[in-house]
Design a protein around this ligand. Structure first.
Ligand SMILES: C[S@@+](CC[C@H](N)C(=O)[O-])C[C@H]1O[C@@H](n2cnc3c(N)ncnc32)[C@H](O)[C@@H]1O
Length: 339
């Protein structure tokens, strides 16, 4: 998953091509990382400058955990310190990024970044839809009693019963795609006002004015409602890149566990953690909440309170690659069931 590094002359060219706006907030090292096969190709309109800027940011998000310590030479900011921290963990980065995206939207009508690309977004949406339909049909046991179905019924009609929250929604395009699939109770939150402004503008333009958008910091959420489906695409990755990433991640799980309704699901898409790492992080969270629960496997838990989150399923269709003798994929999407 390490980023491909450009030769110096190519890196110079890239830096000149990169717009002198949000890119200025990114360290020289991050700017010099080339877009690889996961560079973003927007279906929603973009310029070459946009594509390069987005690809650089996506690469910085996804490669932060995989760069050698010697890569961290930036003298620009405290975020480029030890432990994989990056500017992408700071709200100032996102505020500047979305100020740029808003300007682009107003000037050119561009929707901005699709994190991890449109193929991943499509996969996440169709996979999540199938999972929700299976749960609605009782094929996956949960505790949502108010959603009942008869065998042979069309699954899509159950989607309107699902309340959906997208945390760190950015431009809100994931919610638009979920709306196209039949979900209708949709809310997106982001701590960047610019993101919410952009998401609202795009939703209005594209005919999805019924989607709710709110400014909210998921780590100190003001939302009291619980949702049956909570989506996170790239937000835990960003949270983990804060200089206090490990603490922020603990805050994240505490907060998100209050946002998912009992019997509801959390679907996380990450480029910085494997499925196994996410499962382990959830087991650690469960253990913090109830130390009597074993860490090794949810199967081995002693009887008593169920774990807060339980691994449910993960996307198995992402392309894989071999690295150092093991097989991995560049992005993981994992669903957890809330007890
Ligand atoms: C990698 S982007 C992903 C955006 C969007 N989910 C997508 O897939 O296009 C990470 C997003 O998380 C948001 N974010 C990061 N930390 C947050 C926090 N503590 N509360 C709310 N939003 C946050 C950022 O503003 C940014 O929009």
């Amino acid at each position: 998953m390490a980023g491909i590094r450009l030769q110096p002359e190519e890196a110079d060219l890239t830096q000149h091509q990169t717009r002198a706006t949000t890119a200025d907030l990114v360290s020289d090292d991050e700017r010099s990382v080339a877009a690889d096969s996961w560079s973003i190709k927007s279906d929603y309109g973009s310029t070459l400058d946009d594509d390069q800027r987005h690809a650089d940011a996506a690469e910085a998000l996804c490669s932060a955990n995989f760069r050698a310590a010697s890569d961290y030479n930036s003298d620009k900011d405290e975020a480029d310190g030890e432990g994989g921290a990056s500017m992408l963990g700071l709200q100032t980065y996102w505020d500047a990024a979305y100020a740029d995206e808003l300007a682009n939207f107003r000037e050119h009508g561009h929707a901005g970044e699709i994190w991890f690309g449109s193929d991943v977004m499509d996969t996440v949406v169709s996979w999540t839809k199938s999972l929700c339909i299976e749960i609605s049909r009782g094929q996956i046991p949960n505790h949502i009693d108010d959603i009942k179905s008869e065998p042979g019924e069309q699954g899509d009609k159950y989607l309107s019963s699902w309340s959906v929250l997208d945390i760190g929604t950015g431009n809100g395009l994931l919610l638009q795609e979920l709306a196209k699939q039949g979900f209708s109770d949709l809310t997106g939150v982001d701590y960047s006002e610019g993101a919410i402004d952009l998401a609202r503008n795009l939703a209005d333009r594209d005919g999805f004015s019924s989607i709710n958008f709110l400014v909210d910091d998921v780590l100190e959420t003001k939302i009291e409602r619980k949702f049956q489906l909570v989506m996170d695409k790239g937000t835990l990755d960003a949270v983990g890149l804060h200089p206090d990433g490990p603490i922020k991640r603990i805050m994240y799980w505490d907060s998100v566990s209050k946002l998912v309704a009992s019997g509801g699901i959390l679907v996380i898409t990450s480029c910085n953690n494997t499925k196994d790492e996410l499962v382990q992080e959830v087991e650690n969270f469960n253990h913090r909440n109830n130390p009597s629960q074993g860490l090794e496997s949810q199967k081995d838990q002693v009887s008593g309170d169920p774990p807060v989150f339980r691994y449910l399923n993960h996307v198995q269709t992402y392309p894989t690659f071999m690295f150092g003798g093991s097989v991995g994929s560049r992005v993981a999407t994992v669903a957890f069931l809330r007890s």
